[in-house]
Design a protein around this ligand. Sequence first.
Ligand SMILES: [Zn+2]
Length: 98
Amino acid sequence: MSRTHTYRCLSCLDEVVTRSFDTSHLSRTCPNCGSFERFANQSVVDRFESLEASPPAELDWERLERREKLVVAERLARTERTLDDFDVTDATDAVAAE
Ligand SMILES: [Zn+2]
């Protein structure tokens, strides 16, 4: 497998790096905004954006800080990654149903 994984700077959301390994995030100095930041796995960023688009009813989403939202998104994305396809489909349906 030579798949690459994309990681995005959580400070500016503009800078992207790719790595051959799959982990939840990297910590590095962003060459774009200059801060030492988390670069989140693109799957986490995607989950974050879908949560922003349709906030889950179970959470007080709008009350969370941006950073807390990202932690939730990271947890969901990472959980999804360890579940089998059946559970992934379920989670996707649950989000779509909200
Ligand atoms: Zn940045």
